[in-house]
Design a protein around this ligand. Structure first.
Ligand code: NAG
Ligand code: NAG
Ligand code: NAG
Length: 361
């Protein structure tokens, strides 16, 4: 009994190392990740974008003891998903001298938008796709065309993008222009149109298996409530934009099924998952689901936690908190989301969960 426990414990600590020393290389399903700060594992750390990168204390505090470019106290959702899929930890594309794409790569970067004009100071989705195409060329050089194709068609392409396109309307521009200045339907159509173009780029490079985390309940974000001077649980107007986008995106994904032979997808209903936790935190083990652990101002909704030259408060009992900072969930919450995305039922992730999508040929 004791012996077995020790063996298991050794195995667990070696979990990250095991796949490289086994000969399981051929049966891996790689994971390519695109998105914003919720998925960023260090791209902005390596970029020269001003002010980005979760580069200082207390980011990474609880899990890594040092900041590692993740906008959380610990791991983010794609970290957990790579673990569940038995992959080595992914690396951000900009890490110098990456020489293997066997596990996949993470391109996600903080402040990324679909619309490049909306977020000028970021590695936007368009740039992430540019890097991806560059990577495909390198991969093809390394392993040849047919092996590269096999790799790319087996892979899962995971997205979390769009929230920043909408949040930006409330956080910066709104002070200069009222929301009514924007034709919301046109704005949404441009986002969906560009997103579709990028999905097709990956499809044309051989990608077939796509997974999308939909836009979260942005009206519940401490930062949005702080900026709008809103004193309730979730602000209605941002919530409506997110719901409108998510409904329209589901329709786009369905349409792609008939347009692109072999296209498969899953959508995780992050909007509902996070909204439920904001409303009923206790049910999910969060005593505090509205105020961020780190920050200042109402709901700790000021971004001071990300700025080295600002003072902010930091909570004592991290385990009680849903939000780590004004915009990003804690490690504990990310773990819950990733588990639902991986193995949840059709009420939270459909038409397939990630476990099934990874297993597909
Ligand atoms: C991939 O190719 C580009 C240019 O073709 C090059 O700049 C880059 O360093 C390469 N990356 C790797 C990891 O080889
Ligand atoms: C992409 O977005 C731009 C605005 O940034 C817009 O002019 C263009 O029409 C969009 N493309 C598609 C295919 O919707
Ligand atoms: C917010 O609501 C609480 C509870 O109703 C109240 O005590 C507080 O004064 C309100 N703050 C603002 C800024 O309206």
């Amino acid at each position: 009994m004791t012996q077995m426990f020790v063996t298991l414990a050794i195995c667990a600590t070696l979990l990250f190392v095991c796949p490289t020393i086994s000969n399981a290389e051929n049966i891996k399903t790689p994971l390519f990740v695109f998105g914003d700060s919720l998925y960023d594992i260090g791209m902005s750390f390596y970029s020269d974008v001003e002010g980005a990168g979760a580069k200082h204390w207390p980011y990474g505090e609880h899990y890594f003891n040092i900041p590692v470019g993740r906008y959380s106290d610990g791991l983010v959702i794609p970290d957990f998903i790579a673990k569940f899929a038995d992959l080595d930890p992914l690396q951000p594309y900009l890490v110098p001298r990456i020489n293997s794409y066997a596990n996949g790569i993470n391109f996600a970067s903080s402040n990324a938008c679909v619309l490049t004009e909306t977020c000028v100071e970021a590695i936007n989705l368009k740039m992430q796709l540019h890097y991806f195409v560059q990577m495909v060329q390198n991969l093809t050089q390394q392993v040849g065309k047919s092996e590269a194709n096999r790799h790319l068609s087996k892979a899962v392409y995971l997205f979390n993008i769009g929230a920043d396109d909408y949040v930006t309307l409330f956080q910066t521009t709104l002070k200069k222009r009222p929301l009514s200045f924007y034709d919301k339907n046109l704005y949404m159509k441009q986002i969906l149109g560009n997103l579709t173009v990028h999905i097709k780029t990956i499809y044309n490079q051989g990608g077939r298996k796509f997974a999308f985390q939909n836009v979260g309940p942005i009206g519940c974000m401490p930062s949005v409530k702080y900026t709008l001077d809103f004193n309730g649980t979730c602000a209605q107007e941002p919530q409506e934009l997110a719901r409108m986008h998510n409904a329209a995106f589901s329709a786009v994904a369905k349409r792609l099924l008939s347009e692109l032979p072999g296209f498969k997808y899953s959508i995780y209903d992050f909007y509902v998952a996070l909204h439920q936790r904001v409303l009923y935190g206790n049910t999910y083990g969060f005593k505090e689901s509205e105020i961020a652990c780190c920050g200042s101002g109402a709901f700790n909704g000021d971004y001071s936690c990300q700025m080295e030259d600002r003072t902010f408060s930091l909570c004592n009992s991290l385990n009680d908190y849903l939000w780590f900072d004004a915009r990003h969930p804690t490690h504990k919450a990310n773990h819950q989301f990733a588990k639902e995305f991986w193995s949840g039922g059709p009420d939270v992730v459909a038409p397939y969960n990630l476990h099934n999508l990874f297993a597909m040929p």
